[in-house]
Design a binder for this molecule. Sequence first.
Ligand code: ACM
Ligand code: ZN
Length: 681
Amino acid sequence: MKTSVYRFLCCLLLAALSCSVAWADGSPRDVIPLPAHIAVAKGCFNIPAGGLRVHLAAFPALAHAVQQCPLGCSLVSKRAGADVVIDADAGIASPEGYRLVVARKGIKIAAKCEAGAFYALQSLVQMSAGGRVRSIVCCSIADEPRFSWRGLHFDVSRHFRSVEFLKKQIDAMALLKLNVMHLHLTDGAGWRMEIKSYPRLTELAAWRPARTWQEWADGGARYCTRENPEAHGGFYSQQELRELVQYAADRHITVVPEIEMPGHSEEVLAAYPEVSCDGSGLGSSDFCAGKEATFRLLESVLSEVVDVFPSPYIHIGGDEAAKTAWRSCPHCKLRMEQEGLASVEELQSYFICRMERFVNSKGRRIIGWDEILEGGLAPDATVMSWRGVEGGLKAIKAGHDVVMTPGEFYYLDYTQDAPFKEPISIGGYTPLSRAYAYDPADPSISPEQMKHLLGVQANLWSEYIPTDAHAEYMYYPRTFAVAETGWSRAADKDFSRFRANAVALCAFLRDKGYNTFDIANEFGERKESFVVADHLARGCKVTYNLPYSSQWPGAGDATLTDGVQGGWTYLDHKWQGTMRDLDVTIDLGDVKPLHCVTATFMHSEGAWVHVPQKMEVLTSIDGEHFLSAGTAWGYVTNGQPKILLHPFTLLLNVSARFVRIHATKHSRPGAWIFTDEIQIN
Ligand code: ACM
Ligand code: ZN
């Protein structure tokens, strides 16, 4: 009797375990992005050993997708005997929506448009773990996306990627029901599209005598021709791009090309110096906004771009133009005078509006980074909000369409795990949980304004990402989070379910040859940031002998003694920043015996954040007469590219009420000091 109870309990435990193992049970709840409506029924559909026989009663163009399906699908001409029947149903509201009914005897798919039927197939592929699970749970799914723009961005300028690489990522995007591939085709580090009317863009500006972006930047940002034995880089011919566009379209993905202007254009100025302000092509990254030659070049380029890319949107960049040369350029000044423009911001707006008129004349619309709001937004422009969400919200409220891609959640070039164990990155810390947590439907957006929120997109800038394998590592699994936010209902988001599915989907992608991050063995946030540090100075008043930066105040005057320790990035607002020395006096309230002072500083060289050269500690009984208790020295060497958190500790052997800490900043011009807590014991 005892044995059978024990066996029964073991069976229960095993059943519970197998339910909690995502992707093991053929369930619709395993799918990323989670479908909108799921009803699970009794029983399973067993995939026949020979694969699924699919009857296309509609959408004949889906034949290719069916044949490519990893479930071993074959097409059959008769409905009777088919395992899967795909029908058109005009009653389904969304062009991307579908209904999927899995019964013991067979599977029925209905969709209004081919895209929906294609997505139903992707759900089936995920439910069966790409064919590894042969029993699919009986269920009915009614699914449709939350947003129409679900994008992923590829910076092919900083490091060129092959067409094969892009096609491989399109396959993963399709599985995730992502529908926009944003190609950042041009930037200082390389021009990547064949332009027949301006051939030097690829003869010269697509090649550089340096393999990595870092080597290129350190070596003076030079270009070369393909014949140079040191040449690295490349470009896509128009024919290759047309093929890529078709490959994407077959998977219901639109390729949106980006041509940067007016900034980030050093490579164009190198190839055609006549479109720079001083004609030298050196020392500025902005096109001259005064010369007609600039507009002739850009209109010619965009004519070829719209010819190759059928996308309704053309991305015109617009970010981070320094506009410095414009201030003294006679051509730019004349333009401002003639057009009655009061500032370089208005000149930028003139530039963008003029390009918008041109793009509109070709029957397309522009989209640009949120800087295009400055100086007045072009009338029909769509905004891609990257510097936080404010730009996007402002544009929505002004009646413009917006795609949300806020840096602190959706910049995949930020590290996804503890920096000490990760490859060098641009900084920041965006683990999967953070990417998943973002919701673009800010409460300040009215229901009427919601139609302007087109959707979401993740971006991968590739300055520090030289290889394809590294790029995939950064994309997956965080791209899954963007896919789920873009598609699934907000109320259904649940990180623990999602994470379990993400672990399994990563394993699936790895099997398919993708190099994903190992989410199952994530280290996670800095452990100290979860515990309140208790010490003698906790809660004590801090007097700032030098002020902290209003840009990075942390929690204000309390930051350094509130017990709160920072995480892997100062973007968590638990760190306090200053561009001066750190010079504070802490009042412990009473004279106390003290044995040590520890302050933790951040090193993040890419962000100009450096540990101090030294930290001197002085103590006082009365707050007026201070005696030096000694100095602790910093030892992070220059050129250390990783983020490090460096505690400076000084042992004391005094009794005092006041403790003054003076940390001398690093000698690099523009260096910051970031401090999370000063602990005194
Ligand atoms: C951007 O990250 N500069 C758009
Ligand atoms: Zn100029």
